[in-house]
Design a protein around this ligand. Structure first.
Ligand SMILES: C[S@@+](CC[C@H](N)C(=O)[O-])C[C@H]1O[C@@H](n2cnc3c(N)ncnc32)[C@H](O)[C@@H]1O
Length: 278
């Protein structure tokens, strides 16, 4: 039986098991099929595993760390010529658990303060603790705050790595996005619902995002954004990717309308914008 047929049979009640078993099995098999299509099995070990299997555990950990370092490397290239080391502080917006910007700043020798802002206090604590282990030349401060709420102050430099998708989720998902990241079925369902409202999202959200971003940046300051296809985007498929790409591009245009100037665009979706003094 083909995997899809088995999933259909389960959904149609063609397998003699209790409801919870069928629902769980259906969800797991759908996830298997989605991962197969996305090529995910070549990258991570979702299969049940032996906790003593050091090579597998290490490989998965390394694959994350190498991904973070690869992105940090792209940021370093993108920051070439930008006077980051002259700045007193940088705010990293919605980093979650991923210390990509912080690893890049470590490698640039940045000596100021890095303020990480996210609504997920656990992620902020984990990220700060990991980076502290590298004895960075910079100071770290964590603020558990909503990106959309007016910040207490503006920064000379605000950085946001691949956040447009997260901010779409945060604004349009029916439940808090923090719970969605821990439930892949719910995450996919939330995205499919949002994709159905794509026209509405594209029509109004970029201006809202541009306004929220601009509240973080001081006059004459910079906003550094990057947007690329992440593995999550690949798993979610092309309608969601197309929507997020469109919102990202429209947000850059909306920022320009609000007084930002595009100073640099680099490969891998990096855009450096400067807010003209007003
Ligand atoms: C998938 S994670 C990491 C994204 C990260 N920038 C990266 O490059 O991997 C997204 C993070 O965005 C945070 N987030 C989403 N909406 C937010 C909001 N409105 N305010 C603050 N943080 C938010 C979530 O809490 C989560 O930790």
């Amino acid at each position: 039986m083909r995997l899809q047929q088995l999933i259909d049979a389960l959904a149609a009640g063609g397998v003699d098991r209790d409801d919870v078993t069928v629902a769980n099995l259906e969800r797991d098999l759908s996830a298997v099929l989605r991962r197969l299509h996305a090529g995910e099995y070549a990258r991570t070990d979702f299969v049940e595993r032996n906790v003593f299997d050091v090579p597998r555990r290490t490989r998965e950990f390394f694959s994350y760390m190498e991904g973070y370092l690869r992105l940090a490397g792209r940021w370093i290239e993108a920051l070439d010529g930008f006077p980051i080391s002259e700045l007193d502080d940088v705010v990293d917006l919605c980093p979650g658990w991923a210390p990509k910007i912080e690893l890049a700043l470590l490698r640039t020798g940045f000596r100021g303060t890095v303020v990480v802002v996210d609504t997920d206090a656990r992620a902020l604590a984990a990220l700060s603790s990991l980076i502290a282990g590298f004895a960075p030349p910079f100071t770290m401060a964590a603020e558990c705050a909503d990106f959309f709420a007016p910040p207490a102050r503006r920064f000379r430099c605000a950085v946001a790595n691949h956040v447009v998708d997260d901010l779409i989720l945060s604004r349009f998902a029916p439940e808090p996005s923090s719970s969605l990241y821990e439930d892949e079925g719910a995450l996919v369902a939330a995205w499919l619902k949002i994709a159905e409202r794509a026209d509405e999202v594209v029509a109004g959200f970029p201006a809202e995002l541009a306004e929220a971003f601009s509240r973080w940046v001081a006059p004459d300051g910079w906003l550094l954004l990057s947007h690329y296809d992440s593995f999550v985007d690949e798993l979610l498929g092309s309608p969601v990717r197309a929507l997020v790409d469109q919102v990202f591009r429209a947000t850059v245009s909306a920022l320009v309308e609000r007084g930002f100037v595009v100073e640099r665009e680099a490969p891998a979706g990096y855009v450096r914008l400067k807010l003209k003094q007003r």
